[in-house]
Design a protein around this ligand. Structure first.
Ligand code: SAH
Ligand code: TYD
Ligand code: ZN
Length: 407
């Protein structure tokens, strides 16, 4: 029996997405036979209310020197992290003497570069060396290690405690969350602040965006679960601010208990989670049914288009699309290729279903009739960019929040 990573309570899976490969491992044909699979099954802890997957591959299988996700591929995300950085610089860091900022999961330096530009003392923790190398080339101080309590102690010894610890779309990747939370509680100064954001459980349930569940996302947090996890280590949730990024995220602000005022937002959001039924097992039964409906409708639509001989291309070889393609059984017979701007994904094949990934230029030089929007979380940015596709009478297919053809 598997126990909850937070509180040790026994976990029961309420559904399974079946056998899944590593979401960010794009393959060459010679690697097809040795592809690694695990069972992707989520569970909801009835005791501490933390949503998590039961089995997660080892961190080294997912984060290494050939990691395929570069944060700066989205211009919208570049702006988002610039605003995030400046909010911190212009508020918490104001009046602090030589502040020190640490980011967990700093990737190519998309956020820390702004602290560097301001001459602020900073350190990025980024185990995937190839993406950290981009940050280092741009002058962002980055350490290619996995953050945990031992690393926190080493950082304290070498650099001292931190004024601010930041993280975006990375906290939900780390299985040993107790070690991370304890590490943060040690690393943070008594008046320090932890700010992190991750895809939000409330949005995933309401939009049926089940593709947020894949190997890397071991947790999908809510304000309720975050507050409980960090309370054990003397940190209090002092604010929670919804974000539109990645299809609906939440920014959590925490500080040593009693060191800061608690915003009324915290209670409002936790009450809203109760109203939405997030602490209730029935919610997850309904979510399972909604996932099955979404899967069946999407596959039917793609089969119909295939039977009518339509050209369908995927847009964005996202990690999320690994769950969708493998769960729905969408393969090269449905989708000619997936267009992606990331050089190390191009010329390779998607995990599990082995759909070719091609450079973006192949999408623009010969528009298909339909484009399946796997990067639906970047829809606004993409629709603004792809006006020519629209003029060419191309149609978008989306599956969040509903399977739909967008004319
Ligand atoms: N913050 C960026 C990157 C998100 S991807 C953004 O929002 O775009 C998640 C990142 O977390 C990856 O780059 C991965 O290598 C890193 N990561 C995974 N486990 C980690 C750990 N234990 N400590 C620090 N970073 C980790
Ligand atoms: P993203 O949705 O940010 O993350 P995840 O992998 O965690 O699901 O991934 C977006 C992918 O889409 C990434 O590989 C880059 C690609 N992309 C494009 O090809 N064109 C675009 O205009 C944008 C915004 C992204
Ligand atoms: Zn639990």
């Amino acid at each position: 029996m598997i126990s909850c990573r937070v509180c040790g309570n026994q976990l029961e899976k309420f559904m399974s997405f079946g056998k899944m490969p590593i979401a960010n491992r794009f393959l060459l044909p010679k690697q097809f036979d040795s592809e690694y699979f695990f069972e992707l099954a989520p569970a909801f802890c009835k005791s501490c209310f933390t949503f998590q997957i039961i089995e997660q591959p080892s961190p080294e299988k997912m984060f290494h020197n050939n990691y395929a996700f570069y944060s700066s591929t989205s211009r919208y995300m570049q702006l988002h992290f610039k605003e995030f950085a400046y909010e911190v610089i212009n508020s918490i860091l104001m009046g602090r003497d030589e502040p020190f900022v640490v980011e967990i999961g700093s990737n190519d330096g998309i956020m820390l570069r702004h602290f560097k530009d301001k001459g602020c003392r900073h350190l990025g923790i980024e185990p995937s060396e190839n993406v950290a190398d981009v940050a280092r080339k741009n002058g962002v101080n980055s350490l290619s290690k996995f953050f945990d309590v031992d690393l926190a102690e080493q950082i304290i010894e070498e650099y001292g405690q931190a004024d601010v610890i930041l993280s975006a779309n990375a906290m939900c990747h780390i299985s040993d969350i107790n070690s991370v939370a304890r590490g943060i509680s040690l690393l943070l100064k008594p008046k320090g602040v932890l700010i992190f954001e991750d895809p939000y459980l409330g949005d995933m349930i309401s939009k049926v965006s089940y593709d947020q569940i894949y190997d890397e996302h071991v947790f999908i947090f809510s304000a309720t679960s975050v507050s409980r996890i960090f309370q054990q280590y003397g940190l209090e949730l002092i604010n929670a601010i919804p974000q539109i990024t990645h299809g609906g995220s939440m920014r959590y602000i925490l500080a040593p208990i009693g060191s800061h005022l608690v915003s009324p937002n915290v209670k409002k959001i936790i009450d809203k989670e109760i109203e939405q039924g997030l602490p209730l097992p029935d919610t997850y039964e309904k979510f399972k049914e909604n996932c099955e409906k979404s899967r069946d409708t999407l596959l039917e639509l793609l089969n119909r288009l295939k039977d009518r001989g339509k050209r369908v291309v995927g847009y964005g070889a996202t990690s999320k699309s690994t769950t969708v393609t493998n769960y729905c059984k969408i393969g090269p017979e449905h989708i000619e290729f997936i267009s992606d701007t990331t050089p190390i994904k191009q010329g390779r094949f998607t995990p599990g279903m082995h759909i070719p990934v091609r450079p973006y230029e192949e999408f623009t030089k010969n528009f298909p009739e339909y484009a399946l929007l796997f990067a639906w979380n970047h829809a606004q940015e993409i629709f603004e960019k792809e006006v020519k596709f629209k003029y060419a009478k191309g149609k978008w297919i989306s599956y969040v929040p509903n399977v739909d053809i967008i004319e």
